[in-house]
Design a protein. Structure first.
Lengths: 295, 295, 295, 295
């Protein structure tokens, strides 16, 4: 599995409480046209934790259909029980995903052995590359670099790490432990500049829904070693990156899309949409970066 | 809703991956016979987060049936979406529960307004007392004493707080904010002595499955102001309280039940059962406290 | 060394930047008259970290002189270097202290071996009981219950622990590790009720400077097993206990003393005195508890 | 005050418990010859918190004498009381320092107003540029980016920030709040690559005592936008940077100097020197980077 660059994370659009399939198709095509290097539905941004099985399947299917032949698709397949996670990964495989992204959701904190068993079960059941996703803030469990590297090394399908802990030392440690062999992706927006400088293979982010151009420019500047330009474009988009993270990505990205003319609905309750003050602040931030535009 | 004393939390027994109804009935009756003052199925201990809707309903129904006429039943009705939480509370009502216990599960961290809306929706939809449950370790969100008191004061059905944050100052604060009017229950086992001394109305705990006698003795000693005896019985059971919490209540309580001759199965994957070393340690701890015995 | 009950911590009164010896004598006698069971100068409350050697000596000498024949005196003898700490303990001994209290100040975080060496050096150099003081918030280092118990067990002079970490589980752990043999004192005001219920030998506190009567009443109620009364007097004084801790004990206690007619001056810069709003709030809190009064 | 690049932090060499002046002169000249862009004695690495006034003065004087005409000298002038800090800054000025570095030491946590007053007093008393130093791990207080920027903007002499909190977002925030106008230096070794990529004016570090060549190479690579080479030299030195930080800079750097043939003695008690195992590990790490060598 070769994957690098800016991976765009999709929100799940709703209308009347149901998946809005036409808007989903539109958003996927818009992101592809923007130039992102990959797409990922059904992650944190996609409110996957709040969807039922049927809804999950609709989003997965539609995304794969639209991406085929354009960019790789990494489908989120996280669940509290191992049985359900295996089931989602099987569905992702059947639908034609290029990879799945799996986070170890937890109610009771999982011990290392439990996390390992969870990934092992998925890896054994489904022949599909797995991106291992560490996001303690949402998942309630923190995978150490040592464990992440062990999952990649000892299991067949895990191939890359998405690190969203917001601790750059984790990336250093992964780099060291793997001798630079294991690709890691940044999943914490406000660390994008540093993660890419530290050698990240890419940036997994919901921001391209709104500002793909500046996201991609940052990636390009770092690839070219133009640190001055990288800093300029990073600091330009940083307030917006911070804002959308702090307000909850589903709510803020959906509001931003609405400001850009796309009606993706509101997040599912108990999540609330961005309030009017927040929306105004977001509009101002959007005006301060490069407009969304097809590449 | 009058509730006080030791409220026993049930594990959910499995056999071949399904709910083991006969063992569930046995466990309920055994706890009632032990003298606990109330029962609560489908909490954290009950692996409710890992059950599907049908399983949840079986456990709820069976527990209510067995408790009727003996002790009040508080059913766990927590879910990630508001719609689902309302639905569970409605079922609990229909089945004859005395109250529901609701924790604000979260994937995206909920803001205060979102938490309030979640409880308001349940309170409006279902005419049943609600115990508000704060457990940041498992739920990924921490409800301040101010918010907890506000939920009780401004909504119709919330009537009591279960505090499991492990911070005694929260109980002080609830006491102060409510002028001692709002009942709070301790949900963090190793704080039982202090919480009861600080004025808790009771203790919500899975420990009675294994050591109801010592749990009840602690409650009685504190009620009688016999601090010396309370300390003795508390320090006697503390290592066991700490052990079952640290190892994950479903795994440790099920192992303990097995040691006491009751086969409640193992927790659901990815949760693993207690390993042999842990089981041996647990057996030693059980030997150091009062044996489980009907009152 | 027998020590138990409420140990009053003295502020260091200044006038024109110098130690105010007459006021110090007055404060000591006032505390003795209030009925406290021991006195401690030159602790955190006494701004010992901000005094030079000569000032330290004046305060130590005066306190010992006034207490002789009345209550035991535990002098704070903490310093960043081992040499200086030994030197202070030697002076305390020479001046007639009953014990010293030693916290492991740290700039570079001390490892366990370094902490042990520090206490060992003092214990070997000076024949005086040592109270080991854990206060991570001010000292920048956190001594585990295991280390605290080891210091008491393996060294000659350490005899008791003052725990100010604000974690009741530490006290449980000390109780367990020492089989209830090692006396521990509560040093975190808002935990006073719970610490005493959990078996603390006493309460080290600056509060008696302002509200000795309520502090002593709490102690007495717990001794008598009257939990209802203990809770009442504890919750009555809790807002004040919290206030003086949060605002910094030297500043708040000096303001409170001023409200009670005693001019102990202001804390040493960069510490600032309580501002007018804070002073007004403190006055209101003082009016809500039992007035300071000789026993 | 123009300052940028790699600023070397000196240890304080002892012999028989006294300052070893000849070794200090040697170390200063060796660092100047290595090519560092500035020198700083009496910081955390220099054990300034453990020195008496006379010792502080010897180190300050000797360093200034040797650096004159070669590189700027930034002298650490931190103290618990404002009076003492002013006094140290005055001495630094009299001795000919180019700037002072001031951290807000704290026993009682300082509030923002107290920190501001502390820096204001020094700025008013002494006509010398001040580097404001934030290091919560050693100082026990954490200065927000907002406060740091305010100190620079509203006071006359503060001109730059040394950030050692280990949180790259602080540097982003300083950059944003100051519109990129306020120079900030990285003070947390394992963040050197990212801090420089994020726009830091330099790197304040004790590492040049041992590996000046690799430190300077990192600086040069980032300046030239050669990220590939920067990553290579950074990841090469990272294990050593982490090791010397984790073991306490005074102890580890002195051991490393000893391995390089310079006897700077041991840290002052209670600090202990690196043990034999640690020394062996350090030797191995030193063998894996570029040897210390004059430029």
């Amino acid at each position: 599995m070769k994957l690098s660059g800016v991976i765009g994370y999709l929100v799940t659009p709703f209308v009347d409480g149901f998946i809005n399939e036409p808007v989903l198709r539109l958003m996927v095509n818009r992101l592809i046209a923007s130039g992102v290097h990959g797409l990922s539905p059904l992650g944190s941004t996609g409110e996957s934790a709040y969807l039922n099985d049927e809804e999950w399947e609709v989003v997965a299917r539609v995304t794969v259909e639209e991406c085929r032949g354009h960019v790789p698709v990494v489908i989120g397949a996280s669940a509290l029980t191992t049985r359900k996670a295996v089931n989602l990964a099987q569905k992702a495989k059947a639908l034609g995903a290029d990879a799945v992204m799996v986070a170890p959701l937890s109610y009771w904190k999982l011990r290392e052995q439990e996390v390992f068993g969870h990934y092992a079960a998925i890896s054994e059941a489904v022949d599909l590359p797995i991106m291992v996703y560490n996001n303690p803030a949402t998942c309630g469990i923190d995978l150490s670099p040592e464990l992440l590297v062990k999952l990649i090394r000892q299991l067949e399908h895990p191939f890359a790490i998405k690190e969203s802990s917001g601790d750059i030392q984790r990336m250093h440690r992964i780099q060291e432990l793997s001798g630079g062999e294991i690709p890691f992706f940044n999943g914490c927006n406000p660390f994008a500049l540093e993660a890419l400088c530290a050698g990240a293979s890419g940036w997994c982010t919901a921001a391209p829904n709104l500002i793909a151009r500046d996201n991609l420019m940052l990636w390009d500047c770092v690839q070219q070693g133009d640190l001055k330009a990288a800093r300029d474009v990073f600091y330009r988009q940083l307030p917006l990156l911070r804002f959308i993270l702090k307000g909850g990505l589903p709510a803020t990205v959906k509001s931003g899309l609405s400001l850009q003319g796309i009606d993706a609905g509101v997040p599912r309750l108990p999540l609330l949409p961005l309030d009017p003050d927040g929306t105004q602040a977001l509009a101002a931030l959007l005006a301060s970066v490069s407009p969304f535009e097809e590449a």
